[in-house]
Structure formats: C-alpha cells, structure tokens
Design a protein around this ligand. Sequence first.
Ligand code: 13P
Ligand code: SF4
Length: 317
Amino acid sequence: MLKNLLEKQIPIDYEKEIIRLKEEMNAVILAHYYQTGDIQELADFIGDSLELARKAKESMADVIIFCGVHFMAETAKILNPEKLVLLPDLEAGCSLADSCPAEPFSEFRNRYPDHLVLSYINCSAEIKALSDIIVTSSNAEKIVRQIPVDQPIIFAPDKNLGKYIMKKTGREMVLWDGSCIVHETFNERKIEELLYLNPKAKLIAHPECEDHLLEKAYFIGSTSALLKFVQTDDSPEYIVATEPGIIYQMEKAVPEKKFIPAPGEDESCSCNNCPYMKLNTIEKLYNCMVTRSPEITMPEVIRVKALRPLEKMLEMS
Ligand code: 13P
Ligand code: SF4
C-alpha cells in the first residue's frame, strides 16, 4: 500500500492515515513529552516514564506504538510480551542507557554482593535484568525511603539523579558513573544571565541535571511533575532546564505564561534537544504502522528477569 501511494505521488495525509490505521490495528499510541508537538497531538496518552509504563501495562490494545526512546518501548514489551510493540525509529536510543553496558555493570555489581541494585528506568533490558528494583525520576525518592536503612544500595546508571536522591534522603549509595548528554549540556552562566534578565522567572529542572544547577532550581521534578508545577505555581515565567519538548504541553496548559528553554553550552546548536527522541517523526510513525515494524524484541530469559524489578517498582510507587 505504501509503495503504491509513493509511486502515484499522492501526498499522504499522515494525521488522517495514522488515526485510521490506529483503529484498524487496534493500536494505542503512547508518547513521551520530549516528542515533537505533531506526535504529541496524535498520541492517546502523553506522560513521564512511570505513567507511560503504567499505561503500557494496563493497555487493552493489540499493538503498542511507542513514540519515545528504545528503553521506554522495551519496558512496554517487558510488561506486555504478547503484544506487538513498535518504535518508529529503532535508532532512538538514550545516552544515559548507553553509559551503562551490561558486562562492566555486572562486574561492578559483583564487587558489592550485599548491595541492593536500584536502576533508573533509563537503562537496557539487560541492566534491568541485573537489578532488584527499577525507579523513575518521579518515584526514586519514595522507593529509596522504603528500603531499610541498614541495607546498602547501588544506584545506576544516572549519577546526577543518584546524587540528588542521596541529598534528599540522606542515604549513602554507591553510584554508577552515568549521565545524560542533554541534561549535562545546560550552561549555568547563561541561565544566571537569563534569571537576571527575567527577574520574575523561576528555574525549574529535571533531576538528571548536574548538582550545581539543581542547587539553583526553585523546583525539581520529573517531566510530569514539572508540568503540574507550572499549572499550580503563581509565577508568570519559567526557565525550563529539561528537554524543550515538554514546553509544548506547558504552553497548552497555561498559555498566558512564558517558558524559556534553558540554553546549552553552544548557542549555535540545539543541544538541549534530545537527539534520540527527535529521531521519531510523523512520517516514521506512519511507516511503522503500515509495515508493523520496527518491532521491539528481546530474549525471553532477559525479559523474565527484567520483569521482576519492574513489577517491584510498580508495587512500591
Ligand atoms: P521522565 O520520567 O521525567 O519523563 O524522564 C525521562 C527522561 O528520559 C528524561 O531525560
Ligand atoms: Fe536519554 Fe537524555 Fe534523551 Fe532522556 S533526554 S531520553 S536521558 S538521552
């Protein structure tokens, strides 16, 4: 069908076709806030990592189309082995997940045999399979507080989120040295300049940012928490230190407010955009529905091992 349409050079009305195909396939489109606005508009549900995992688990659809990155779609597959899980671009990875390969992590973990392994959901299925509990930016603090104080903990892969949780809970944790290229790009001096030039603005940040920036933030939270905050807080302006895709929903929710994306190191680049998230496009979304690919797959032995810590997370959050 795709081939025929292309051959005849008939322009495709992607929005209309995606809605039609969704019905035909009994599919659900889940999207993260870092997706482009056109994709967010077509999604059945937009959320942070925890909300998306929950939605994937409770979905009645036959097909889950995940507009996000690989570890998110993989999480949906771990929770729904019988469903077809599609990711519009299989190259949509994550620098944080890439910073924690399975083999060195397994060796690292073996050095601390009495430690409980808490892994941030931004990791591969292999890392999940080596973990005891998965956490997200919205439940990490709550989960750490439920662990007995005499139980030592390894926290992987994000050292910035790990440090933030250590500070909030007063718990020492052994940290894996991983981070996100997007959240480490923000330039503190330029943000200070922006705060000076926009005296009514508050800095709000995702906990994947470095600690020197988090110290300056008025509010810290997951993407969903940041979105909720701007709707309940009384400030008219915000400097948003996370991927700017979230601003699409912020502007929709409170159009009278001003949102300034936190700048990266280099003014000429858009390095505060997640290059992986932005690989998904409306055209690729349409193509993946037509071809029912690329599909997320993994060895069953890994899936079963990765399911345990994910279920533990859903139980504890
Ligand atoms: P959230 O769970 O806060 O949406 O974060 C996901 C993510 O990848 C942030 O970079
Ligand atoms: Fe991964 Fe960072 Fe992109 Fe989030 S913003 S998906 S942590 S690379």
